[in-house]
Write a protein that binds this ligand. Structure first.
Ligand SMILES: NC(=O)C1=CN([C@@H]2O[C@H](COP(=O)(O)OP(=O)(O)OC[C@H]3O[C@@H](n4cnc5c(N)ncnc54)[C@H](O)[C@@H]3O)[C@@H](O)[C@H]2O)C=CC1
Ligand SMILES: O=C(OP(=O)(O)O)[C@H](O)COP(=O)(O)O
Length: 343
C-alpha cells in the first residue's frame, strides 16, 4: 500500500482545525503535526486527538509543557518532516511564512485571507482543479468566493454566462469570536464597489463578467447571497434545477417542504444531521430560483466555518498530483460524509 502524504498545519483556528480533522479522515494523507502559538483549548483538543504539536520558537514550548502538552519541535522541524503545509493563519499572516516555506521547498496551501499573488494559482475544485494540478502553491479562495464559484461553475455549462450580479450579506464574526463583528449595525463592506469577491472570483475564472456588493450584519451563523445570472440564451428552470442538483457540494433546500427560510433553521437542521453542524455544501434555496427568459436569480447560504474544508483536501491532492479531479472530489466527499442532505 502507498504511504500517506504528510500534511503540516500552521494555524489551528476555525479553518485549520476543521481541515486537520478532515485530513485524518482521508486514506491518502495524514496530519504530521500542527503549529500552535498558545496552549489553549484548541491545543488541548489537538493533543487529545493524537496530533503532534509544534511551536514557532523553541522557547514557546515551556508554556505548553506547563499545561502537560508535549511539544515535538519547531515549525521548521515540522516542515522538514512533511510533504506539504496548509497555512490557515489569520488574514495576511500567511504572507510572513511564505519565505520559510520556500526556504525548505515545501508545497503550500494558503487561504482566502491572503492576496492572490501569494500562490501560483487561486483554487476552487469544481472550477479549476486541472489547472492547479502539480502547482507548488495553491490559494483556496475565501468562503463567500467559494460559494459564488460553486453555483456559477455548476451553471456555466447551460449557456454562456454574460453577467453575474451578487449581493452578499456577510456574518459579522465566527461563533467563538469575542472581539469582532457589528453589534447593532449594517456595515457597508466596503462602501466602494465592487466588493473584493468579484475580483476574487475572477482569480479562479478570469473569463467571468461579475459585480458584487457586500454588507456585514450582526449574526455569526452563515453568509447569505442574492445571485442574479444573465445567460446569452433563454434558460429553463428545470435545467437550472438539474444542474444544481447534479453538481457536487450543492444542497437544494425546499422551504415549502421543510419550512426552512433562514440561516438559523439551516444550522439547526445541520446540527441534527451533520458532524458539528458543519455544512461543507453550498445551500441554495430551491423555491427562490426564479427564471425570466435568459436570467435566473436565487438566494444561497454559505457556512463560513466549513465550506472551504473540502477544497483544502482537493487542493492538497491537486498540488501533490495524487488524484484526478473527480476522483479527488468523490473521495473527499465520501470521507467527509458530504451527501447533499440537510434533513
Ligand atoms: N473563518 C472564516 O469564516 C473563514 C476564514 N477563511 C480564511 O482562513 C484563514 C484563517 O482564518 P480563521 O481560521 O478564521 O482564523 P482564526 O483566527 O480562527 O485561526 C487562526 C489561527 O492561527 C493562529 N495564529 C495567529 N497568528 C499566528 C502566527 N503568527 N503563526 C501561526 N499561527 C498563528 C491563531 O492562534 C489561530 O489558531 C484566513 O485567511 C481567512 O480569511 C476562509 C474561509 C472562511
Ligand atoms: O472568507 C470569509 O469571508 P469573505 O469571503 O467575505 O472574505 C470569511 O468569512 C472570513 O471573513 P472575515 O475576514 O470577516 O473573518
Amino acid at each position: 500500500m502507498k504511504s500517506k502524504v504528510k500534511v503540516a498545519i500552521n494555524g489551528f483556528g476555525t479553518i485549520g482545525k476543521r481541515v486537520a480533522i478532515a485530513i485524518n479522515k482521508q486514506d491518502d494523507m495524514v496530519v504530521s503535526g500542527i503549529v500552535k502559538i498558545k496552549p489553549d483549548y484548541n491545543a488541548l483538543f489537538a493533543k487529545r486527538m493524537g496530533m503532534n504539536i509544534y511551536t514557532i520558537d523553541k522557547e514557546d514550548a515551556n508554556e505548553f509543557k506547563k499545561k502537560g502538552i508535549e511539544v515535538y519541535g519547531t515549525i521548521e522541524d515540522l516542515i522538514k518532516e512533511s510533504d506539504i503545509i496548509v497555512d490557515a493563519t489569520p488574514d495576511g499572516v500567511g504572507e510572513n511564512y511564505k519565505k520559510l516555506y520556500n526556504k525548505y521547498g515545501i508545497n503550500s496551501i494558503f487561504q482566502g485571507g491572503e492576496e492572490a499573488n501569494i500562490a501560483d494559482i487561486s483554487f476552487n475544485a469544481l472550477c479549476n482543479y486541472d489547472e492547479a494540478y502539480g502547482k507548488k502553491s495553491i490559494r483556496v479562495v475565501s468562503c463567500n468566493t467559494t460559494g459564488l464559484l460553486r453555483s456559477i461553475c455548476a451553471l456555466s455549462n447551460l449557456s454562456k454566462i454574460e453577467k453575474v450580479n451578487a449581493v452578499l450579506i456577510r456574518r459579522g464574526a465566527d461563533p467563538q469570536e469575542i472581539k469582532k463583528g457589528p453589534i447593532n449595525s449594517i456595515v457597508l463592506n466596503p462602501v466602494g464597489l465592487p466588493s473584493h469577491h468579484a475580483l476574487d472570483v475572477k482569480t479562479v475564472i478570469p473569463w467571468i463578467n461579475i459585480s458584487t456588493a457586500a454588507v456585514v450584519v450582526p449574526t455569526t451563523l452563515m453568509h447569505v447571497h442574492h445571485v442574479t445570472i444573465r445567460f446569452s440564451n433563454k434558460v429553463e428552470k428545470n435545467d437550472i434545477l438539474e444542474a444544481l442538483m447534479n453538481s457536487p457540494r450543492i444542497i437544494l433546500v425546499d422551504s415549502a417542504i421543510s419550512g426552512i427560510q433562514s440561516t438559523s433553521q439551516i444550522i439547526d437542521s445541520a446540527r441534527l444531521s451533520k458532524e458539528r453542524g458543519d455544512i461543507n455544501e453550498l445551500v441554495v434555496f430551491k423555491d427562490s430560483i426564479t427564471v425570466d427568459d435568459n436570467e435566473v436569480q436565487f438566494f444561497q447560504a454559505v457556512h463560513q466555518e466549513s465550506i472551504v474544508v473540502p477544497e483544502n483536501i482537493d487542493a492538497i491532492r491537486a498540488s501533490l498530483e495524487l488524484s484526478s479531479k473527480m476522483e479527488s472530489i468523490n473521495k473527499t466527499d465520501k470521507k467527509l460524509g458530504i451527501n447533499k442532505i440537510l434533513y
